[in-house]
Design a protein around this ligand. Sequence first.
Ligand code: ADP
Length: 810
Amino acid sequence: MLNFLRDINIRELRENNLKLIFGLGALVYITFGILLHTGNVEYRDPVWLRMVILTVSLITLGFALYYKPARKHFINILFGILYLYNAHLYYLLFANNFDPNYKLALLIVTFASILFIQDKRLNLAYLIINLVTHAAILLATNSLSPENISVALLICTTLIIGYFTNSERIDAFRQIKDREAVLNAINNNVYHGIFRINGEDQIIYANENFAHMLGYRSVEEIYNVSRPFIFISQDAARHVNIMKREKKTIKNLEVEIQSNHKGPIWVLLSLTPFFNAKGNLTCYDGAIIDITDRKSAEKELTLFSAAIDHSTVCVAITDKQGCIRYVNPFFTQITGYTPDELFGTKIQQYLLPGDKGVEEMLISLKEDRFWKGEIKHYTKAGKLVTELVSIAPVRNKEGQITNYVIVAEDISKRKEAEEELLRAKEMAEMASKTQEQFLSMVSHELRTPMNAVIGLTNLLLEENPRPDQAENLKILRFSANNLLALINDILDLSKIEAGKLDIAPKEFELNQVLSLIRQTHGIRAKQKNLELILQVSDSIPAVLIGDDFRLSQILNNLVSNAVKFTDQGKVQISVSGKKITDTYAELEFSVSDTGIGIPADKLPHIFEAFSPASMHTNRIYGGTGLGLAITRKLIELQGGSITVHSEAGKGTTFTFTIPYKVSTKKSLPRHQEVHDYSAFNSIRVLLVEDNRINQKVAVKFLKKWDAQVEIAENGQEAISKLQSDAFDLVLMDLQMPVMDGYEATRLIRSNPDLKHIPIIALTASAMSHEREKAFEAGVNDFICKPFVPSEFYGKIAQYTSGTRSQRKTA
Ligand code: ADP
């Protein structure tokens, strides 16, 4: 295609032609000027006519030069005018015996006129007019001298030659024009950018596509560029030099070139050089195709494939039938198969038939849906692996499925770890349950004999013993109580450490707790001649929500220590509000004494179980060395903290804070306070208890308080007794053979005849979850064994008050 261009350089031809036309045009005017103004010529032409013709000619020429599209027509008109003027000159010439020397000049003018008229028909018209005019003038002037005829014939011959020469030239020019138009149309419609660069490295031709590719607005802009695009890219320039040196063509070379203002673009470049006979480069033609999009797609593809190749998940691509077409290296690593072994085989053959995941997958694939789930399969080595697989269908433009992309992650290890964790959790739960059962059992087994010892001691003391016996009994009771405290502490500590000690919040009155503490420790303080002061800030709300039982335990520990380690002076309990709102009260408690104090070196370890300080003082004062360790843990369990400040010989202050919620109530109903054990007026109590000694202790107290007691050995017996006889109250042990207290309580509560009877649970176990379980079963209240007689009496009195007053009036 480009060879055609080599033969005809349309642009050059057009430019040269115009130059020639205007050059000769100028010559024509100069000739006229000479002819008309030398004065050698005699003619009668008026001056104004000559001036008009000259002016019109000049304006037409100027306009034609300036305005390109009109150029052709104006040139035709211009030379037409000159032609007519010529005829007029002939007339003058022949009529006046014009100097023959000027005939040659006239000949040139005429020839030039006819030569440069670019329209074939006009050319012919002018020719005919010229010839007719000549003949007419010759005849009219009657100047048919041999000389004039020969001049006329010469002019005619010249004109005819001029005409044919011009006609041929016009044909050739039109042909060129047509070919140029075709070529331009082709060039501008091809996808390629086409260009020609001459031997001086100047672009001499380019198509529109080329201009657009390189970011130019028009082809003309490119011709003005001093350094063609090709030399801006080092890579392309190097290949151009090779092409020139080795005289060979370049085909489809991928190079990055700089566009005008679109940044770098990637093109596919082809170059064909042309050399003259001497072997010098005349020009080279080139074509470029913009491949920037393809290049960036390739780049992306390279990135993607690198990501897939180095990924630690398995990736496979199958065709619609499930035949494997691609696997990534990790896929082969996991399965143990080589790509060659896998290609062409069906993915289904590697899956476990009947596997739940596989069946689900096949169903969703049948419905053309994306699927994600777990699949088990064997590797080449026979190892069973679990994978988390997702399968996505790939569709073509028409929406038909062409492939499947499979992404799988080996989760065998994670699965194993999960199963391991589950087993460990189950074992931990079992261990925790065993520990809980053990604690519950130990608590029960230790408290039951203690219950007997303390209960019987209390009974003996109530039966007016001799003074010497009373003294011994009191020592026995003191020791038994201490032993019980130690058992309670050890159980508490192990419960805390096992995470089994729960805080049970409920509404309570702080003043109740504090006055009970003062009562409990007041007697001992008085015995030691100590002042026991209680100071409570007025700002503290009356009813709080929290675990009052654990607060009492904390205060009991601290106050009993304070009284124990102080020989003179005072013990002060203070409570203030650190932060109080309508719903929240953070309280600060402090227990201070003027006792022996704690040496500075022992202070840091004071909250540890069996601390060095306790080892030292216990020998003198007695104690378990567990109280403060339990105290701190109990405070922390309730979201508070404790600090100590002490000076040996001067005294000690323990300060702790506990956050509580504030109840909207202003007071709580009072429990019956027991000061005198008035008779129960023969109320009927059913004591459900399997332990003989416990039965004996309870019966002794109940009878002493004038209650009628019936004993049931277990839950089942209790129910049959309740059905056959009427009772005012049930005292229910929880752990019993045959039927335990929980089951019996549930059955009683589900029986419409019995469900209103008050039940008080009696248990040697102090585990909080057992208390909750008992309340869930339906008990009204809870008493821990060994019971404190006053508490035992108080609770029975509370639940039988109505019955007693009825009996009294009866
Ligand atoms: P213990 O049952 O031995 O009192 P605690 O844990 O309650 O166990 O106390 C640990 C030790 O801390 C005590 O043995 C004693 O040495 C010291 N201690 C506790 N409270 C006081 C106090 N108010 N004054 C002096 N020392 C105290």
